[in-house]
Write a protein of this length. Structure first.
Lengths: 319, 115
């Protein structure tokens, strides 16, 4: 689980009576999250369903999710870390100043009410989205919220879970963790895996121009990344595997069309709570699957003379 | 044309990965995605089994998959610091192959998570 204090969505569905969405808009981005897991379901522990649960939304603007919430806390943009730090102090009855509270855009009464509700909960959950993890502070914000969840366990059961975006991005974390010990931002250039986000994370690598060939699968950086990164992708030989001809395919040297996963390619995908689920494709595709194409490229590479000579560690022994 | 019904289909559009979808499909396309949300319906109904794009493109020109695989392997082999990136909209099985390939290449490996 990568060290998080977390749980599965099944536990949330059956037990969570205090649900906090932080920097996310599930009403529009994860439409079935409320009905399947967090709000509407009844269980032996929460027999009245929605009435037994309290939902708090913390966000910088009043999104559609605010309508579903009991309490909406509008935090000033970029002040999430400050707010979480104040909450961490308040649960332990440490002194805080009015100026510090005013900085977050909330009132001391709102924070006191939030803290007493957190402590009174039987099972609390923080769901945090990209509004927390992709704004000022980035992974420090996520780390602070995970720490708050861990510290709340001195008073009651509390967990945290990231609201993951598209498809199998959770699976990528899990597979990389399984194979290398690290979830992303990995370099194998010394023959063994090393982890250093900021140095080995893709945006930074591309902006610095530190790669001379890019293999892109199941992603479209040409539509999402900053311009200097895209410029570098256009400069080096880029290879794209995608069911569609994407923005990235247009600046790539090689594009291979593959069958879309879950529609016409079978396999496994991970849910955001790290539960693996089998895919049941409905259609037959005229294109090969990602798995087949990557394996064939890998086999073609294995036929060439090995550039590294003696290999200190071989990951395929684990496969 | 046969209409088949697939129960407990899995939707991979968002991180919820709902696995209770009922799909009604023929050979060409999916006609109905019961229980799916707005995003899931669009995801299932917008994909078809037709050959919409060329099998592969090399430098913008149509090519066969075999040629494209050979070209991709050559580009990766010639590189000093190749990067393997993405792995969001794909299966765990393909991700595993990507990790092994990056390991063999001695390159960089990264996903959407770092963005």
């Amino acid at each position: 689980m990568g060290g998080k204090v977390t749980c599965t969505l099944g536990e949330v569905k059956n037990r969570a009576d205090f649900i906090v969405y932080w920097g996310g808009n599930p009403a529009e981005c994860h439409p079935r999250h409320f009905t399947k897991y967090t709000l509407m379901q009844k269980s032996p522990f929460l027999p009245r369903g929605r009435k037994d649960r309290t939902m708090v939304l913390v966000d910088i603007r009043e999104t559609k999710s605010a309508k579903a919430s009991n309490i909406f806390l509008q935090v000033r943009p970029g002040k999430d870390f400050e707010l979480i730090t104040l909450l961490r102090a308040m649960i332990k009855d440490q002194p805080i100043s009015e100026a510090q509270v005013a900085e977050t855009g909330l009132t001391i009464e709102q924070l006191q009410d939030f803290v007493s509700r957190m402590k009174a909960a039987k099972y609390g959950v923080f769901f945090f989205g990209m509004g927390l993890s992709m704004t000022r502070g980035k992974h420090m914000n996520s780390a602070a919220l995970l720490t708050l969840a861990a510290e709340m366990n001195a008073f009651t059961k509390f967990v945290a879970m990231p609201m993951r975006g598209h498809g199998n991005v959770t699976g990528a974390d899990v597979i990389m963790r399984w194979q290398t010990g690290y979830p992303f931002g990995i370099s194998f250039n010394r023959g063994y895996p090393r982890y250093n986000p900021g140095e080995f994370s893709t945006v930074d690598v591309l902006v610095r121009g530190d790669t001379d060939c890019a293999f892109i699968i199941g992603a479209d950086p040409g539509a999402t990344m900053p311009q200097p990164a895209i410029d570098h992708l256009a400069k080096v030989p880029t290879i794209v595997l995608d069911p569609h001809v994407t923005h990235t395919s247009k600046l790539a040297r090689v594009h291979i069309t593959t069958a879309p996963a879950g529609i016409s390619a079978p396999g496994t995908a991970y849910r955001m709570d790290e539960i693996p689920l089998p895919l049941r494709p409905a259609l037959k595709s005229p294109y090969p699957s990602d798995e087949e194409v990557v394996r064939r490229i890998k086999e073609a590479l294995l036929e060439k003379p090995d550039w590294m000579g003696e290999r200190p560690q071989m990951l395929q022994n684990q496969i | 044309m046969d209409l088949k019904v697939i129960d407990h289909a899995t939707c991979t559009f968002c991180g919820c990965v709902c696995d209770d979808i009922q799909l009604h499909a023929d050979d060409e396309r999916i006609h109905q995605a019961k229980k799916a949300c707005v995003l899931g319906k669009a995801w299932f109904l917008n994909h078809t089994a037709e050959r919409k794009y060329p099998d592969a493109l090399i430098d913008g020109k149509e090519a066969t998959v075999d040629e494209a695989i050979a070209a991709a392997a050559e580009h990766l082999y010639q590189a000093d610091m190749p990067l393997v990136y993405g792995m969001s909209n794909t299966t765990c099985e393909a991700q595993r192959e990507c990790v092994e390939m990056a390991d063999h290449l001695g390159g960089l490996l990264d996903s959407h998570t770092s963005l």
